[in-house]
Design a protein around this ligand. Sequence first.
Ligand SMILES: Nc1ncnc2c1ncn2[C@@H]1O[C@H](COP(=O)(O)OP(=O)(O)OP(=O)(O)O)[C@@H](O)[C@H]1O
Ligand SMILES: [Mg+2]
Length: 241
Amino acid sequence: MDPRTTVINERLKRINRIIAVSSGKGGVGKSLVATTLALTLVHRGCKVGLFDLDFTSPSTHLIMGVKNVQPKEDKGIVPPKVKGLAYMSLVHFSGDQPAPLRGADVSNALIELLAVTQWGELDFLVIDMPPGISDAVLDLVRLVKRIEFLIVTTPSLLAFETVKKQVRLLLELKVPIIGVVENMKMNRAKNIEQETEKLGAKFLEGIPFDPKVEAAIGDVTKLLDTTLAQKLRKVAASNIT
Ligand SMILES: Nc1ncnc2c1ncn2[C@@H]1O[C@H](COP(=O)(O)OP(=O)(O)OP(=O)(O)O)[C@@H](O)[C@H]1O
Ligand SMILES: [Mg+2]
């Protein structure tokens, strides 16, 4: 076992649930789902953290319209409070500069951030994952004992084929999956819902393509007024307590 596992789980022990928003596929809406879900939980009165683990293209700060926040150092790093969330992102350190990291460096940065961040007591920690089923997913599964996954797909076969593999992998590893949301739906087709259930995972909700979403990027009030937010409130009410 990696010795850092103990440090990491010690850091995370006062967090009730740790939820990774993930997808085998890129561009399906993970960052929007993660950010909106976290904000929805804050509005419900919960203590929530948001952790942007997409080091190559972090975007949660853009979604919330956040600039120049600085974490504090106090026996580790204390995430700044942003829109009611304890918020951690590599952007706090790299700003607008690119952070070109190779595989092993990504892994190390991820482990380092997990090991140094002082989240304190939280009801939920929502993690915005980079696309894919590679390093970040495997590292989290290996290092964070209580990790759970919320999977995002789109109606496209190209997204769902990869998502299926991810669901199978997590089921094999016996990692809890809260369920699958189907984002950017353009019609009422039920095939993704049926296929998800066939895999043995729960289908949570279909989220329509909502033209208001793009215009709401950078404005949390507008974001919480989209159908995406409305559907995620429903998902949270029945599955995330
Ligand atoms: N329900 C929706 N309605 C309309 N547009 C949406 C919806 N969900 C996501 N989008 C749009 O899809 C694009 C991708 O969203 P987002 O960046 O959250 O995906 P991602 O899965 O995090 O991408 P990446 O894999 O690069 O991290 C964005 O331009 C966003 O505005
Ligand atoms: Mg993203």
